[in-house]
Design a protein around this ligand. Structure first.
Ligand SMILES: N[C@@H](CCC(=O)N[C@@H](CS)C(=O)NCC(=O)O)C(=O)O
Length: 202
């Protein structure tokens, strides 16, 4: 299997880290490719009309996307029943945590585009303010609502750790650790795991 993308994308990194955690490191190769919000990456477009990273190319040449589906595919491939649990209550708790981490990552990536890619004369300040508020709302919820799952290593917590690392990398000025001791401790625990160490952000 090949994963198209770059580890700088939080969505790509969460798939690479998941593969490592699930024991699939040897079976998944990274095919490094970059994206720009106004250009089409033809390699990606061949596999996905959405043409965002990540896209997983199966050994049969089929494209699987987006990151959430790739993580589910990897768990299925590895035969894991706790990475995205089957049991109803646990399943939707982990999937909702995954959605929270990915929604926060989406806002962080959009904010980065707003700050670094959009021509300065078109900078939309109200939108940047809204994206920042959404990131902070996501982080606040992670600090207070998720203690029951934050001690586990699964799709939701890996996505959360990758989102936090991206915020450190691109939005250091947000100082996300301020007043968020539980999330800070969570991030330290996750970063010590071999699967996260295997795919450093830089
Ligand atoms: N929902 C997608 C989001 C992926 C995403 O936003 N990827 C960004 C890079 S971090 C991208 O490909 N941007 C290029 C573009 O917007 O055209 C997923 O979970 O895989």
């Amino acid at each position: 299997m090949k994963l198209h993308g770059d580890v700088i994308s939080p969505f790509v990194r969460m798939c690479l880290v998941s593969a490592h955690h699930l024991g699939l490191a040897e079976k998944l190769a990274l095919a490094k490719t970059g994206v720009k919000p106004t250009e089409v990456n033809e390699t990606l477009e061949r596999l996905s009309p959405i043409a965002k990273v990540p896209v997983l190319e199966t050994d049969h040449g089929h494209g699987i996307y987006d990151s959430r589906v790739i993580m589910e595919y990897l768990a299925h491939h590895a035969g894991s029943d706790d990475f995205i649990p089957n049991d109803g209550v646990k399943r939707f708790r982990v999937l909702t945590l995954l959605a929270l981490a990915q929604g926060t990552a989406d806002a962080a990536v959009s904010l980065r585009y707003e700050q670094a890619q959009r021509p300065k004369e078109f900078f939309w300040s109200d939108y940047a303010t809204r994206l920042t508020a959404r990131i902070n709302a996501g982080l606040n919820s992670l600090e207070k609502d998720w203690s029951d799952v934050m001690g586990l290593t699964n799709a939701g917590t890996i996505a959360t750790a990758c989102m936090l690392a991206y915020i450190d990398f691109r939005h250091d000025a947000l100082n996300w650790r301020n007043n968020r001791p539980k999330l800070t401790a969570f991030f330290e625990r996750m970063n010590a795991l071999p699967c996260l160490k295997a795919w450093p952000l830089t």
